[in-house]
Design a protein around this ligand. Structure first.
Ligand SMILES: C[S@@+](CC[C@H](N)C(=O)[O-])C[C@H]1O[C@@H](n2cnc3c(N)ncnc32)[C@H](O)[C@@H]1O
Length: 218
Protein backbone atom coordinates (compact mmCIF):
# COMPACT_ATOMS: atom_id res chain seq x y z
CA UNK A 1 0.00 0.00 0.00
CA UNK A 2 1.32 3.46 -0.94
CA UNK A 3 2.19 5.91 1.79
CA UNK A 4 -0.34 8.75 2.31
CA UNK A 5 1.16 11.67 4.25
CA UNK A 6 -0.70 13.58 6.94
CA UNK A 7 -0.03 17.17 8.11
CA UNK A 8 3.35 17.34 9.87
CA UNK A 9 2.43 19.46 12.86
CA UNK A 10 -0.44 18.64 15.20
CA UNK A 11 -1.87 22.07 15.95
CA UNK A 12 -5.64 21.70 15.93
CA UNK A 13 -6.88 22.24 19.50
CA UNK A 14 -9.46 19.40 19.40
CA UNK A 15 -7.01 16.93 17.88
CA UNK A 16 -4.28 17.87 20.35
CA UNK A 17 -6.62 17.71 23.33
CA UNK A 18 -7.79 14.21 22.35
CA UNK A 19 -4.17 13.13 21.83
CA UNK A 20 -2.99 14.64 25.12
CA UNK A 21 -5.80 12.96 27.06
CA UNK A 22 -5.51 9.52 25.45
CA UNK A 23 -4.03 6.62 27.37
CA UNK A 24 -0.83 5.62 25.59
CA UNK A 25 0.64 3.92 28.65
CA UNK A 26 1.07 0.50 27.08
CA UNK A 27 3.01 1.65 24.00
CA UNK A 28 4.90 4.40 25.82
CA UNK A 29 5.97 2.18 28.74
CA UNK A 30 7.10 -0.37 26.17
CA UNK A 31 9.30 2.28 24.51
CA UNK A 32 10.87 3.18 27.87
CA UNK A 33 11.41 -0.52 28.66
CA UNK A 34 13.17 -1.00 25.31
CA UNK A 35 15.48 1.92 26.17
CA UNK A 36 16.13 0.45 29.62
CA UNK A 37 17.18 -2.80 27.95
CA UNK A 38 19.95 -0.85 26.18
CA UNK A 39 21.12 1.44 29.01
CA UNK A 40 21.02 0.84 32.75
CA UNK A 41 19.47 3.70 34.70
CA UNK A 42 22.62 5.21 36.22
CA UNK A 43 24.54 5.03 32.95
CA UNK A 44 22.13 7.20 31.02
CA UNK A 45 23.95 10.44 30.11
CA UNK A 46 22.84 13.49 32.06
CA UNK A 47 21.52 15.49 29.12
CA UNK A 48 19.32 14.08 26.37
CA UNK A 49 17.25 15.42 23.47
CA UNK A 50 13.72 14.39 22.53
CA UNK A 51 12.48 15.22 19.03
CA UNK A 52 8.74 15.72 18.43
CA UNK A 53 7.81 15.47 22.12
CA UNK A 54 4.16 16.42 21.52
CA UNK A 55 2.17 16.70 24.75
CA UNK A 56 5.08 15.31 26.74
CA UNK A 57 3.86 11.88 27.84
CA UNK A 58 7.05 10.09 26.76
CA UNK A 59 9.07 13.00 28.15
CA UNK A 60 7.59 12.46 31.60
CA UNK A 61 8.01 8.70 31.49
CA UNK A 62 11.63 9.09 30.42
CA UNK A 63 12.28 11.63 33.19
CA UNK A 64 10.77 9.27 35.80
CA UNK A 65 12.74 6.29 34.48
CA UNK A 66 16.07 8.13 34.36
CA UNK A 67 16.12 10.42 37.40
CA UNK A 68 19.62 11.82 36.74
CA UNK A 69 18.68 13.13 33.31
CA UNK A 70 17.86 16.59 32.06
CA UNK A 71 15.65 16.41 28.97
CA UNK A 72 15.52 19.06 26.26
CA UNK A 73 12.26 18.27 24.45
CA UNK A 74 11.36 19.98 21.16
CA UNK A 75 8.26 20.14 18.98
CA UNK A 76 7.08 22.43 16.19
CA UNK A 77 3.56 22.75 17.59
CA UNK A 78 2.98 25.39 20.24
CA UNK A 79 -0.45 23.86 20.94
CA UNK A 80 1.21 20.55 21.85
CA UNK A 81 3.83 22.26 23.97
CA UNK A 82 1.17 24.20 25.90
CA UNK A 83 -0.40 20.88 26.93
CA UNK A 84 3.03 19.45 27.72
CA UNK A 85 3.97 22.36 29.97
CA UNK A 86 0.59 22.36 31.76
CA UNK A 87 0.70 18.68 32.65
CA UNK A 88 4.35 18.46 33.68
CA UNK A 89 4.41 17.58 37.40
CA UNK A 90 6.20 20.00 39.70
CA UNK A 91 8.87 17.50 40.67
CA UNK A 92 10.02 17.18 37.02
CA UNK A 93 10.08 20.87 36.18
CA UNK A 94 13.76 21.31 37.05
CA UNK A 95 14.77 18.53 34.64
CA UNK A 96 12.53 19.06 31.60
CA UNK A 97 12.88 21.97 29.17
CA UNK A 98 10.35 22.35 26.35
CA UNK A 99 11.31 24.29 23.20
CA UNK A 100 9.29 25.25 20.13
CA UNK A 101 11.40 24.03 17.24
CA UNK A 102 10.44 23.11 13.70
CA UNK A 103 12.54 20.40 12.05
CA UNK A 104 14.74 20.61 10.07
CA UNK A 105 16.35 23.14 12.42
CA UNK A 106 19.47 25.20 11.98
CA UNK A 107 20.05 25.30 15.72
CA UNK A 108 19.06 23.10 18.65
CA UNK A 109 19.06 24.16 22.33
CA UNK A 110 22.55 22.60 22.57
CA UNK A 111 24.83 21.89 19.64
CA UNK A 112 25.25 18.14 20.44
CA UNK A 113 23.65 15.50 22.68
CA UNK A 114 24.91 12.05 23.77
CA UNK A 115 21.35 10.65 23.46
CA UNK A 116 18.56 11.52 21.04
CA UNK A 117 15.17 9.83 21.25
CA UNK A 118 11.82 10.18 19.56
CA UNK A 119 8.45 8.45 19.45
CA UNK A 120 5.91 8.75 16.64
CA UNK A 121 7.61 11.64 14.87
CA UNK A 122 8.97 9.84 11.80
CA UNK A 123 5.58 9.09 10.24
CA UNK A 124 4.59 12.77 10.50
CA UNK A 125 7.54 13.97 8.47
CA UNK A 126 6.87 14.37 4.76
CA UNK A 127 10.58 13.90 4.20
CA UNK A 128 11.92 11.15 6.49
CA UNK A 129 15.49 12.42 5.96
CA UNK A 130 14.54 15.37 8.19
CA UNK A 131 14.79 12.95 11.12
CA UNK A 132 17.85 11.03 9.98
CA UNK A 133 19.80 14.20 9.09
CA UNK A 134 18.78 15.81 12.40
CA UNK A 135 20.23 12.82 14.27
CA UNK A 136 23.54 13.25 12.45
CA UNK A 137 23.46 17.01 13.02
CA UNK A 138 22.74 17.02 16.76
CA UNK A 139 23.77 13.59 18.03
CA UNK A 140 27.29 13.17 19.40
CA UNK A 141 29.42 10.94 17.18
CA UNK A 142 29.05 7.60 19.02
CA UNK A 143 25.93 8.93 20.78
CA UNK A 144 22.87 6.74 21.28
CA UNK A 145 19.62 6.85 19.34
CA UNK A 146 16.24 5.45 20.36
CA UNK A 147 13.35 5.82 17.93
CA UNK A 148 9.95 4.17 17.96
CA UNK A 149 7.29 4.59 15.32
CA UNK A 150 4.36 2.97 13.60
CA UNK A 151 4.76 0.54 10.72
CA UNK A 152 2.56 1.05 7.65
CA UNK A 153 0.19 -1.91 7.27
CA UNK A 154 0.04 -3.76 3.94
CA UNK A 155 -3.58 -2.84 3.23
CA UNK A 156 -6.41 -0.49 4.14
CA UNK A 157 -8.29 -3.38 5.75
CA UNK A 158 -5.29 -4.16 8.00
CA UNK A 159 -5.13 -0.49 8.98
CA UNK A 160 -8.84 -0.50 9.83
CA UNK A 161 -8.42 -3.66 11.87
CA UNK A 162 -5.59 -2.07 13.91
CA UNK A 163 -7.78 0.98 14.60
CA UNK A 164 -10.55 -1.37 15.73
CA UNK A 165 -8.18 -3.45 17.90
CA UNK A 166 -6.40 -0.56 19.61
CA UNK A 167 -8.56 2.56 19.42
CA UNK A 168 -12.22 1.54 19.17
CA UNK A 169 -12.93 2.96 22.65
CA UNK A 170 -11.29 6.30 21.85
CA UNK A 171 -12.92 9.53 20.55
CA UNK A 172 -13.49 9.62 16.80
CA UNK A 173 -10.85 12.31 16.26
CA UNK A 174 -8.25 10.01 17.81
CA UNK A 175 -9.37 7.01 15.76
CA UNK A 176 -9.05 9.10 12.58
CA UNK A 177 -5.65 10.31 13.72
CA UNK A 178 -4.44 6.76 14.32
CA UNK A 179 -5.77 5.60 10.94
CA UNK A 180 -4.07 8.51 9.13
CA UNK A 181 -0.85 7.86 11.03
CA UNK A 182 -0.82 4.18 10.01
CA UNK A 183 -1.22 5.19 6.36
CA UNK A 184 1.55 7.80 6.71
CA UNK A 185 4.02 5.43 8.38
CA UNK A 186 6.95 3.72 6.65
CA UNK A 187 7.55 0.03 6.14
CA UNK A 188 10.55 -1.60 7.78
CA UNK A 189 12.28 -2.02 4.42
CA UNK A 190 11.76 1.67 3.58
CA UNK A 191 13.32 2.66 6.92
CA UNK A 192 16.31 0.36 6.29
CA UNK A 193 16.79 1.93 2.84
CA UNK A 194 16.64 5.45 4.31
CA UNK A 195 19.26 4.58 6.95
CA UNK A 196 21.53 2.99 4.36
CA UNK A 197 21.29 6.10 2.22
CA UNK A 198 22.38 8.41 5.06
CA UNK A 199 25.02 5.99 6.36
CA UNK A 200 23.44 5.40 9.78
CA UNK A 201 24.10 1.86 11.00
CA UNK A 202 21.13 1.43 13.31
CA UNK A 203 19.22 -1.72 14.14
CA UNK A 204 15.60 -1.75 12.93
CA UNK A 205 13.36 -4.24 14.66
CA UNK A 206 9.62 -4.84 14.63
CA UNK A 207 8.59 -4.93 18.30
CA UNK A 208 4.78 -5.19 18.15
CA UNK A 209 2.17 -5.76 15.45
CA UNK A 210 2.34 -2.01 14.71
CA UNK A 211 5.62 -0.63 16.07
CA UNK A 212 9.23 -0.51 14.93
CA UNK A 213 12.16 0.23 17.27
CA UNK A 214 15.30 1.76 15.82
CA UNK A 215 18.41 1.96 17.94
CA UNK A 216 22.20 2.10 17.84
CA UNK A 217 25.04 4.55 17.79
CA UNK A 218 25.63 7.51 15.53
C1 LIG B 1 2.13 11.75 16.99
S1 LIG B 1 2.87 13.11 17.82
C2 LIG B 1 3.97 12.27 18.92
C3 LIG B 1 4.16 13.03 20.19
C4 LIG B 1 5.01 12.33 21.26
N1 LIG B 1 6.33 12.03 20.79
C5 LIG B 1 4.33 11.07 21.74
O1 LIG B 1 4.85 10.00 21.47
O2 LIG B 1 3.28 11.16 22.39
C6 LIG B 1 3.98 13.79 16.60
C7 LIG B 1 4.53 15.12 17.04
O3 LIG B 1 5.56 15.51 16.11
C8 LIG B 1 5.44 16.91 15.89
N2 LIG B 1 6.07 17.24 14.60
C9 LIG B 1 5.73 16.79 13.39
N3 LIG B 1 6.52 17.30 12.42
C10 LIG B 1 7.42 18.08 13.06
C11 LIG B 1 8.49 18.90 12.62
N4 LIG B 1 8.80 19.02 11.32
N5 LIG B 1 9.21 19.59 13.55
C12 LIG B 1 8.91 19.48 14.86
N6 LIG B 1 7.88 18.74 15.34
C13 LIG B 1 7.14 18.05 14.46
C14 LIG B 1 3.94 17.17 15.91
O4 LIG B 1 3.61 18.53 16.15
C15 LIG B 1 3.51 16.24 17.05
O5 LIG B 1 3.51 16.90 18.28
Amino acid sequence: MKRITEPELMEDEEQVSAYANADFSEAHDHFIALIQQQVVTDQMPEIVLELGCGSGDITQRFAEAFPRCVIDAVDGSQTMLNFAAQRLPLHLQQRVNFYTLLLPAIQFPKSRYPVVFSNSLLHHLHDPYTLWESLKQVGDPGGMVFIMDLIRPDSISEAKQLVYDYASGEPEVLQTDFYNSLLAAFSISEIRQQLNRVGLELSVEQVTDRHVFITGKI
